[in-house]
Structures are given as C-alpha cells and as structure tokens.
Design a protein around this ligand. Structure first.
Ligand code: NAD
Length: 538
C-alpha cells in the first residue's frame, strides 16, 4: 500500500485517498468513513532518520543502565496510562483507522496493554544468565548472557496501528533497547498517539522515537545502522526490507502476509465453527494477516455448514456507519477497498456464487460488503492472492488428506485452524499443516496472547514475535566459558603425543559408541587421565 503515498497536493488530495503524502512534506491523517482530514503530520526527512537513531542510541545507554525493576515500573506506568484512557484512545484509533470502537478495544487495546505489562514483568526472568552444561567439560562454568542489541527499528502496517507495533516495541524496550518506530503512512495519527501516551505516562525521553513517512522513510530506517529491524507488512515490502538489511547485515524479523485456511471436519460442532469462522473472516473488515481467507468444508456437512454460516451472518451482522453497535467499520483506505472489490468482481464475473452479502452504508466511506461466496476456481484472483478484506470463500473436500493438501497449497503459511470434536485427530492434522500457528476450534485468537509465539513460514515471514523468545530475540547473546582449573588433562594442548591421541580416541568412544560395553571400557581407560591429567613422560 505504500505506493499510495505518492505525492499529491493537499488541495487535490484526494478526498478519496486516505491518507496522502503532500508535496510540501506532510502526511494527511484522514477519517476513512468520511474523507475528512484529521491532522497534518510532518514527514521526517529521510536524511534525518540517522540522526534520530543516533539520539536514540544515546538515550538507550541510560535506559539499559537502569535495573530491571525500574524499567518494569516505567513500562507499567505506560500500560496504566493506556488503561486509564481506554475510551479516548479507542475513539482515536477508530476514527483514523475505520474500525469500530468495539474492535479498537477488543483487537488493539486489550492486547497492547497486556503485552506492555507482561514483557515488562517477564524481562528479568527471561534474560537472566542461562547455564549451558557441557558433557565434555562438566567442571567448566558455561553459560549465556543477554544484553540489549541497542536500537531496534520497528516498521508497522496500518491494519492494527497500535497492537502490531507494540508487539515489537514492548519486548524491545523491556529488554533494554531504544526503539525508533515508523508507523504506516495510513496510520500515522495513531503513531503520534503512541508517542503521546508514552510521554504523558512519564516514560524516559528519547528511548522511544518515531519517524513519519512512506516507504522511503522506512527504507532509510532499515539502512540507518539500527541493530535489528522488526518489520510487519506485505510480503513484497518484506523482501525489499531484507534486501536493504543485507547490505549492513542488520538482523530482521519479518511478519508478512497470509491466506489462512480453516478446515471444517465432518465431526465439527458446526454452530461453533460457523461463529468462529464468521468472526475470523469478517472482524476488522477482514484486514488481518491471519483472517480466514479459505474455508475447506467436508462434503458430508458442506450444505449444513454453509447454511448455518449464512444464517448466522444474516442474524447477527449489521453495518450501519451511524450505529455504534454496528459490527463493521469501513476499510482503512481506498486502495485496499478497491483491491478487495476487484477480487470480488473478478470472481463473480467468472461464475462464483454469492451466498451472502451485507448491505453497505450509502455514503463516501471506503466500504466493502462482507461477503460469503462459493464456486471459487483457480482462475479467479481470489483463489490464491491475499485478499485482506471481508470475503469468506467456501470449498468442499472429501478426505482429510485432500483438505491438508489444499490448505498447504499456498505460497503463504501464517496460521490455520481445524474444527473438530476429535482432539487427537485435530492435533495430528495440526502437525501436518505448513503454518507458523495452528489453532483447533478457534481462529486468530492467539495473536492476543503475550506468551504465544507468532509468525509464519514460506511467504508469511521469518522469525517469531512475542513470547519470552522475543525478549531474547532483541538481545545480543553472549556465551561465556570459564575453565576453573578442574579439568587437569588438557589433552588438546602441546605437546601432542601417543598417550593423548589414545585418550582422545577413547573419549570419542566413551561418549558415542553404540555399545554400552565399549563405552564403559573406554570410560575406565580415560578415567585416570581425566581425573589426574597426564604424567610428564606421557
Ligand atoms: P506495506 O508492506 O505496504 O507497508 C508496511 C510498512 O512498510 C509501512 O509502514 C510502509 O511505509 C513501509 N514500507 C514501504 N516500503 C518500504 C521499504 N522499501 N522499506 C521499508 N519500509 C517500507 O503493508 P501494509 O499495506 O501497510 O500492511 C498490510 C500487509 O501487512 C498485509 O500483507 C498483511 O498481511 C501484513 N500484516 C502481517 C502481519 C503479521 O503478523 N504477519 C500483521 C499485520 C499485517
């Protein structure tokens, strides 16, 4: 979507473009439901990004020098600030993003608050020294230490403008790093909101910095000398980020696109599956990397499931822009709305059947009608490309193997779900799916769990975010080996001689021979030298 940041004058802007980058160097933060400009945000000149990173590096030294409990306290004050201001923050997110206030609370604030608290509290335990016992050198002290990498660059998309960057910002800060964060040009107002919340919560100045702009500012951040890049966005941009990062060998974590499958087995609780899949496909207007984009249903229950899904959609869903209880907002921006509508049009023109379509408000917003569809074939764009919109396509299958093959037949591998009452079978199928995360009898809820690692395989990304591993991922790992003088043999030192060579070969046998007897005999042979070292004449 970054191409949307092409320069346009504010005047001509693009009531319909949301937002625009103006020729005089501003991002127009806009309300996608109305086209109203909310604020003008100055773009950070790409040349200034290095300076911001250098300043963050200075602030990081003071931050990293604080004991864990002080960093924990500073971060917990931020989550408290979010807690105390949930209503206004949710309104502000909804206004710029197009999502409903309900989903701003459910899918942004709850997770973001929890992540900050959890990572703040967990850092000390996750980053304490870890022993690495050595079977060849049992008496040595051998351990890992963790220290912050320095400055972490976080580049975020627009679909979850709060929780997505916080998923990287929280562990990076808790591990003692400074962060320079670039929000999407489509959600820079929420970027400023994040900066403001940290500041008003009394967070130490300079440790979290933001830079604003489009792809060029993102690229400048990648090549600025930061020590790690946490990127979330499309697969195409992720590849560019990796290419740029390769020039400075900057480590990257890439959280990219998806085309998530849901598999409904014969024995599934169909009401439960229909509810979960409806939410997994339509919440946040389908603008979730892990939204359900392919539903494979066993042919034995296909009609029944299809009817239940459509029935539930008719019963529960409404889309009234003026009604705060409406389950749907608008899409975030015009380009994304056009992309989804084009996929739908292409599918319908080529013969797909629309089973359900919600009426959209008749105003200027970027609305896409949540749609359930079947009869989708390989020649339709909807079939394989990421949709990132509220369309749920249904496909029948006749055996679990067929469902697994179909689910795996995608360049993406972010998450997947299986719906069944047979838990063992569900877990067996989960192991056969080529995805970073698999859920059984639910979809897309684990991104909200701080402890659960998140990330994809294939075109869906590299690395994992969240969980204790994220704290270690934003740390430099150092291995320390300390010979405490309790290993007298030192068979690797000069002079080399026959006795040492025999000892080394016996050590190999003692540790690895498949025969217990051979191992035991070798142990007996090496024991004296192991304990007392070599005699001078050896
Ligand atoms: P995008 O790739 O267009 O932009 C993402 C960010 O990258 C923006 O901040 C953008 O300004 C920046 N950018 C653009 N070009 C750049 C460059 N050359 N170098 C560095 N940064 C650059 O993605 P988007 O449209 O904002 O987000 C939607 C995509 O994000 C979807 O594909 C979605 O699946 C994916 N996503 C993935 C996850 C996940 O956890 N896997 C989560 C949310 C969104």
């Amino acid at each position: 979507m970054s191409q949307a940041g092409t320069a346009q004058t504010e005047k001509g802007a693009a009531k319909r473009r949301c937002p625009v980058i103006t020729e005089d160097g501003f991002i127009l933060s806009m309300n996608p439901r109305t086209g109203e400009t909310l604020k003008k945000i100055p773009i950070t000149p790409a040349d200034d990004v290095k300076k911001v990173v250098a300043e963050a590096r200075e602030a990081q030294k003071r931050w990293a020098a604080l004991p864990f409990f002080e960093r924990e306290r500073a971060l917990k004050k931020v989550s408290q600030y979010f807690l105390d201001n949930m209503d206004t923050i949710a309104e502000e997110i909804a206004k710029e993003n197009g999502k409903t206030v309900y989903e701003a609370v459910l899918m942004e604030l709850l997770g973001a608050i929890d992540f900050i608290t959890w990572f703040a509290g967990r850092a000390k335990k996750a980053l304490k020294d870890r022993k690495v016992p050595l079977h060849l050198m049992p008496t040595a002290r051998s351990y890992l230490t963790y220290k912050p990498v320095g400055v972490v660059g976080v580049i975020a998309p627009w679909n979850y403008p709060l929780i997505t960057p916080i998923s990287d910002i929280a562990p990076a800060l808790a591990a003692g790093n400074a962060v320079v964060f670039k929000p999407s040009e489509f959600s820079s107002g929420v970027g400023q909101l994040i900066e403001r919340c940290f500041k008003e919560a009394g967070f130490p100045a300079g440790v979290l910095r933001a830079v604003y702009g489009g792809g060029d500012v993102g690229a400048a951040l990648v090549s600025s000398g930061v020590d790690h890049i946490g990127f979330t966005g499309s697969t195409a941009t992720g590849k560019k980020v990796m290419e740029t990062a390769a020039k400075t060998l900057t480590p990257v974590t890439l959280e990219l696109g998806g085309k998530d499958p849901a598999i409904v087995l014969m024995d599934a609780d169909l009401d439960e599956a229909a509810q979960g899949i409806l939410w997994g496909g339509f919440s946040n207007m389908g603008q979730t990397c892990a939204s359900v984009e392919r539903v494979y249903v066993h042919e034995g229950v296909y009609n029944k499931f299809r009817d239940k899904l459509v029935e539930q959609a008719k019963q529960h869903l409404n889309m009234d822009a003026a009604n705060p209880q409406s389950q749907f907002g608008s899409m975030n921006n015009e380009l994304q709305a056009a992309l989804v509508n084009n996929q739908l049009k292409d599918a319908e023109e080529k013969g797909a059947n629309v089973l359900f379509r919600l009426e959209t408000p008749k105003n200027d917003g970027f609305y896409v009608a949540p749609t359930i569809i079947d009869g989708v074939t390989e020649d339709m764009e909807l079939f394989a490309a990421e949709t990132f919109g509220p369309i749920i396509p249904l496909y029948p299958f006749s055996s679990a193997d067929e469902a697994i093959n179909k689910a795996n037949d995608s360049p993406y591998g972010l998450s997947a779900s299986i719906w069944t009452k047979n838990y063992n079978r569900g877990e067996m199928i989960a192991r056969s799916l080529h995805a970073g995360v698999v859920t059984i009898n639910d979809h897309m809820i684990t991104p909200g769990f701080a402890e659960a690692p998140w990330g994809g395989v294939k075109d869906s990304g590299i690395g994992r975010i969240k969980s204790e591993d994220a704290l270690r991922g934003f740390s430099e790992v150092k291995y320390i080996y300390h010979d405490r003088g309790m290993m007298p043999h030192k068979a690797w030192r000069y002079p080399y001689n026959k006795a040492k060579l025999a000892f080394l070969k016996d050590m190999a046998i003692a540790n690895n021979d498949m025969s217990f007897v051979n191992r035991a005999k070798a142990y007996m042979r090496v024991l004296p030298q192991f304990l007392f070292g070599f005699k001078k004449q050896d």
